[in-house]
Structures are given as C-alpha cells and as structure tokens.
Ligand binder design. Structure first.
Ligand code: NAP
Length: 349
C-alpha cells in the first residue's frame, strides 16, 4: 500500500492525539501534527502554528507539498459554558485550506464536527437524528466549514468528509472534560464517604436515551471515510450504536464501584464536589494513588451539562451502515474498560 501523509490540525487535542496514534499504528501513514503547543508523540512530526493567524500559517505551512490528507480536529479555546467562536474556528480552517490547497497534492479533507450540528444540546430534536436533519438555529462553525468545503472542493482533485460524533470517550487520564473520569472520580469519592451515587440530572433526564462516541471507533470511522470513495463529500454520524437510558448506565456504574444508586435531581456535581479536595487528597495517601488535584482531574460542570438534557439524544447510524461501516461499541463495556484502566494507572482506588 502506498504511504500517505496526514496533516492533523489540532493533533494535541483529545481526538487529534487519538487519530495521530491510530494512523501511526497502521504503518501506512506519515503524520504531521499542527498545534500552537505541540505534544511529544513518537514517530510524528510537529509544526507549531497558530491557525487563526494567516501570516503564521504562511510561514509554517507553505512548504508542505507532501500532504495528501488533512484531518481537521482543531477547535479554538472555549472555556466551559462559553460558546465556540464561529468566526475564529472558520478562519482557522480557511487559512489551512487556502495555504495547503495550492501547494500540496491533496486527495482528502476530513473535518471533525459533532451532534451540535443538529442542536440536540439546545432542546429536543426529532430522533433518531439522521444526517439530513435540519441545522440548529443560530451560527455554528460547523455550518461555515461545511459550506466552505462544498464550494472549495468543486473541480478539485480532493474530496471532503465530515464526522458528527457525540460525547467523546477515551482512556486519557489528563483530559478533565472526560465522562469516564467524571464518573470514576465521583463514584470513588461517594464510596469512600459511604454515600450513594446521586444522579445529577432530573428524574426526566434519568430516563432519557443517550449516546457516546468511543474514540477508537471514531478513528476507525474517520479512516474508513478517507478510504471509501462512496463517502466523498458526505457527512456521517459516528456514535457507538447503542442508546442506553441514563438509568441503565447509572446502575452499571454504581454496581462496578459497589455503591448504591442514588435518586435523580438532588445534587449538582459542580456543587457537591466543590469541597471534596481534602477527601480526595486523603484517598491519594490512603490508597497510594498517583498525585492529582481534584479540581484539575475531572471537569464537574461538563458532567452536569451532559447529564442535564430532558430529551433523548439519538443519532442514527443507518447511513454509515448503508455505506459499509459496521463497527459498534457496547457503551457499558467501554466505561468498564476506562474504569479498569484508571485503576491500573492508580488514578482511582
Ligand atoms: N470533546 C467532545 O466530547 C466532542 C464531542 C463531539 C464533537 N466534538 C468536536 O470535535 C472537535 C475536536 O474536539 P476535541 O475535544 O478533540 O478538541 P480539543 O481537545 O479541545 O483540541 C483542540 C485542538 O485544537 C488546537 N487549536 C486550538 N486553537 C488553535 C489554533 N489557533 N491554532 C492551532 N491549533 C489550535 C489545540 O491545540 P493548541 O491549544 O496547542 O493550539 C488542540 O490540539 C471539535 O469540533 C468538537 O466540537 C467534541
């Protein structure tokens, strides 16, 4: 198989890193990562660049003739609760394409988006959500990216694809916006205190159906889109493919940690965890855990945000299946793998 050269924008981000490692492990790719603060990842080259600054992009990128694929997984800074800037995120993609398109031998551009495309974070949307479901009201860089790529790819030798995953799930231990870490650290503290695993959302939220995107599955889906000619210029939902109710997931999480299930609607993680730093510090010494600080380990407002919707969030995988992608992941087993990993890494007791 001929070698391909992937330029991953946002290669230090949660999915960017995962995708870089996935491509390197196949042995078929040369991988070049772009970020303002590169990370050490073996067997890849880094280019430090601010994609929002056209002059910096020109300086850093206009010699990248070898790029065959762009995987765009960047997203400009957005503190929790602050909306992503459509303007900055759109400029970042445009700067990258404007510079690489004329100089490189591009065959494929993939952009990583999400279910916010459909507005499922804003209120109920008809489910299952398919890829032709209407765009959310208001602005969103996803729309500007998609419209830009559709126009820009006309008459070019390259095609584009778009993935629309939901909440990312991965084994990383140093990324606090992670549901696995939020659940694992919260449940460990509750067990230590002899308290139940209260569900932060309402009783209605507790019975809604939800979904997750395992990052290994997402990496396989993204490389499949890049390789499958029928995917050209198409968008695909990419989720695990099961749609558990939170109540089912909650019972499984509580059972794994050996704690009682608590009623919904009584607590917010952000408030409940606010004074638990000393408990966590004492657990670190008691169980010989790796040194971590509670407020940096898990992002509690993210947990509250994900557990809040009082409506089903269900993206159809029918289109991906029709086009040939058959992979799925059992979400309960996925969380158990994460908890076992955190225990093995001495993050939790
Ligand atoms: N996280 C989720 O659960 C989730 C779920 C569904 C969809 N998504 C979507 O997936 C995409 C990626 O999300 P993520 O969570 O993997 O992102 P992330 O972890 O926040 O990473 C963002 C990446 O973008 C880079 N970046 C930001 N500003 C930059 C700039 N000016 N120039 C160059 N690089 C820049 C960052 O590196 P530097 O800071 O070093 O520059 C980092 O590598 C987004 O479109 C997001 O909406 C995420």
């Amino acid at each position: 198989m001929s070698r391909k050269t992937a330029v991953i924008a946002g290669a230090s981000g949660l999915m960017g890193q995962h995708l870089a490692r996935h491509l390197i492990a196949t042995g078929n790719w040369d991988v070049i990562g772009l970020a303002r603060k590169p990370l050490p990842i073996r067997d890849m080259r880094w280019i430090r660049v601010d994609l929002g600054e056209v002059a910096d992009c020109t300086r850093a990128l206009d010699g990248l003739h070898e790029a065959t694929h762009i995987f765009y997984a960047a997203r400009y800074d957005h503190p929790e609760g602050v909306r992503e800037s459509a303007a900055v995120n759109t400029t970042m993609l445009k700067n990258l394409i404007n510079i690489l398109d004329p100089v490189a031998t591009l065959t494929h551009v993939h952009v990583l988006h999400g279910t916010k495309h459909y507005g499922s974070q804003l209120g109920p949307v008809p489910v299952p959500i398919d890829e032709d479901s209407p765009r959310a009201p208001g602005d969103n860089f996803y729309f500007e990216h998609e419209d830009f790529l559709r126009d820009r790819s006309r008459g070019k030798p390259w095609r584009y694809t778009i993935s629309r995953p939901h909440a990312f799930c991965d084994l990383t231990t140093d990324y606090p916006r992670s549901l696995g870490l939020v659940f694992a650290v919260y449940a460990s503290i509750q067990r230590e205190l002899g308290e139940p695993l209260w569900f932060p959302g309402s009783a209605i939220a507790y019975e809604t159906r939800t979904q997750f995107s395992d990052l290994s599955l997402l990496a396989r889906a993204i490389t499949w889109m890049a390789d499958e000619p029928r995917c050209a210029n198409q968008a695909f939902n990419v989720v695990n493919g099961d749609y558990p109710r939170w109540s089912e997931m909650w019972r499984k999480i509580a059972a794994w940690f050996g704690v009682n299930v608590g009623a919904p609607g009584k607590i917010q993680l952000t408030q409940l965890m606010a004074d638990k730093g000393p408990v966590w510090a004492s657990m670190i010494s008691k169980y010989g855990l790796r040194q971590t600080r509670l407020e940096q380990l898990a992002l509690w407002p993210y947990g509250d945000y994900i557990l809040k919707p009082e409506w089903d969030v269900v993206s159809s995988m029918a289109k991906a299946r029709r086009f040939g992608f058959q992979d799925s992941v059992d979400s309960g087993a996925m969380f158990v793998r994460q908890f076992e990993y955190y225990r093995a890494e001495r993050i939790i007791p």
